[in-house]
Design a protein around this ligand. Structure first.
Ligand code: ADP
Length: 541
């Protein structure tokens, strides 16, 4: 027997229609360096219609891929809404990919149009001749004449293209499983892999972002989306904002601590999301330049493990709650959010908040041990995390990877344990675990302990080859400006925090931890720098 309910396809067009009418007075504010330029959702709705007409005039009449090479801003939001709604596929290009990776993803996705921000044209120009399928480049917020277009590529100004277009569009009715947007992983190993989100997966994921135990986004919020729109869809914030009516604040290219502090002071957002390195930077900036940021009801931090010291500093010095979340490009990305269960307080509450979080009903999870068998959720057994659900990828785009997807599950490459009440603690990425004397050392745990030292700005731990133990941890430390600390002092600091055999004997002091294209610690590069003898290593026993 079938249900008797209407079978209405879930669609981005419906999000666009809803947000731009019911929440027509909500706003998106893009930072320009000194102030914001603001558009209402009603205006964004009209401009999205104009963009769709403009793209149609360029020949986008089906599921062509429309690439964006852009910062977080109004125009990028318009592309997020217009491109999928018209039945085409939005392809957010990571502006920080290595040139060969960028060429790979544009050609692999077969992008037909690229919308580029004026400031990013010089970066795009270098690779443009190597894009084999691109026929149109549209320049937003800049001068189209700066594009060095090869033969066969037409260049347009974004505003010129939109100017004469109608402000309404007859959005087509689409199957909810139709491709809406695609995003490639940052390709830390091998070629980047394409994840293609459907209208349905984006809709359901947006609902989770708005749920109270998700990010609790609502029309009362003003959301500072620092996490790039070119990385895992800005964690779903733009679509969730149109679903809930939450206003958006977009930092554009102003991502350093000083402008972020200025944006906070001017726009006073209630909510913000970014990777830990952004918050570490802001925290240090605020130490020197105090400012009230308690207008933030909370900030969601994920993408890599959040050091407990960061959570405490925000809460105790700034009265801002840091909420830890886990996810990946393949999981749309929201996988789990650390909201402690009712009734817990004090240390116990903190212990829950340090975890990567609790799975929502739509994300099924299991742990697989080294022998391929499923492990219990007992808060102790450590295995590789696998997940399944309606916004979890089932495959990569034109890139079979049987290693990654099996029996309807996604192998995350993350290693950890789960409590009986569904809280995930990641101890490491499978490739970053340090294998010492047949035991595993969690690089993340060591980092968190070292970063709790008051003189330490950042610390990254990688395994380095060791004749006797196979691998041993090397701690790369960035000291805070104006402070000093020695390797021996840091080792002493760890003595009562980790098992004796885990105490690192190898230390190096560096100016900055190398970061990936999305601002995470780049441990691969750190390991390579060590292998090439570029790091001065101190041994302390
Ligand atoms: P990339 O793999 O290129 O970093 P993603 O953004 O998709 O791109 O990264 C997802 C990975 O980031 C996860 O598999 C996990 O290893 C890591 N990650 C995300 N959130 C957390 C978190 N809260 N704690 C620890 N690791 C995290």
């Amino acid at each position: 027997m079938l249900g008797t309910m209407q079978n209405v396809p879930l669609s981005i067009a419906q999000l666009l229609r809803y947000g731009s009418t019911v929440h027509g007075s909500s706003t998106v504010a893009t930072w320009t360096g000194s102030e914001s330029r603001v558009a209402t959702y009603a205006q964004i709705g009209r401009r999205s219609a104009q963009l769709a007409h403009a793209l149609r005039s360029l020949g986008v009449d089906s599921d062509q891929r429309v690439g964006t090479f852009m910062w977080n801003n109004n125009e990028h939001l318009e592309a997020y809404l217009a491109v999928p709604s018209m039945g085409a596929v939005l392809h957010t290009l990571n502006i920080r990919l290595f040139p060969e990776q960028l060429i790979y993803v544009v050609n692999h996705a077969e992008d037909y149009v690229i919308i580029v921000d004026g400031t990013l044209v010089p970066l795009l120009n270098q690779q443009l001749p190597k894009f084999t399928t691109v026929r149109h480049v549209v320049v937003a917020n800049g001068d189209p004449s700066t594009v060095q277009a090869p033969d066969g590529v037409e260049v347009h100004g974004y505003e010129d293209l939109l100017a004469a277009q109608p402000e309404e569009f007859d959005w087509p009715s689409l199957d909810e499983n139709t491709a809406a947007a695609m995003c490639y992983t940052s390709g830390t190993t091998g070629d980047p892999k394409g994840v293609v989100y459907s209208h349905r997966s984006i809709w359901l994921h947006s609902m989770q972002v708005c749920m109270t135990d998700g990010m609790a986004l609502s029309q009362r919020d003003k959301t500072l989306a620092i996490v790039p729109q070119f990385h895992a869809m800005s964690w779903g914030l733009p679509y969730a904002a149109f679903m809930s009516g939450a206003s958006l604040v977009m930092p554009d290219r102003f991502l350093q601590p000083e402008p972020i502090a200025k944006i906070l002071a001017t726009e006073k957002p209630t909510f913000a999301a970014a990777v830990p390195t952004v918050w570490q930077g802001l925290l240090q900036y605020l130490e020197q330049n105090p400012q009230d940021i308690s207008h933030l009801r909370e900030v969601v931090v994920g993408g890599s493990a959040v050091p407990p010291s960061l959570m405490h500093a925000f809460e105790e010095k700034h009265n801002v709650r840091v909420v830890h979340a886990w996810g990946m490009t393949e999981t749309s990305p929201l996988g789990s959010v650390a909201r402690p269960p009712r009734g817990v307080t004090g240390e116990q509450e903190w212990a829950y908040r340090y975890t990567q979080g609790r799975f929502p009903a739509s994300v099924q999870a299991r742990l697989i041990g080294a022998d391929g068998k499923e492990l219990p959720w007992d808060g102790k057994s450590v295995g590789e995390l696998e997940v399944a659900g309606p916004w979890i990828a089932a495959a990569y785009y034109r890139d079979p990877d049987p290693e990654k997807f099996h029996d309807g599950w996604l192998r995350t490459g993350d290693v950890g344990h789960i409590t009986p009440d569904g809280f995930l603690t990641l101890t490491d990425r499978a490739k970053d675990v340090i294998k010492s004397g047949g035991e595993w050392i969690s690089s993340v745990e060591l980092e968190n302990h070292v970063m709790a030292h008051p003189a330490v700005a950042e610390a990254a731990v990688v395994g380095i080859p060791d004749e006797k133990w196979d691998e041993r941890p090397l701690v790369a430390v960035v000291i805070k400006e104006g402070q000093s600390v020695t390797a021996a002092e840091l080792r002493e600091f760890l003595v009562d925090k980790v098992a004796k055999w885990q105490l690192p004997e190898y230390w190096t002091f560096i100016d900055e931890v190398p970061k990936t294209s999305v601002g995470k610690f780049d441990k691969k590069r750190l390991r390579a720098r060590h292998a090439q003898g570029e790091l001065t290593v101190e041994t302390v026993k």
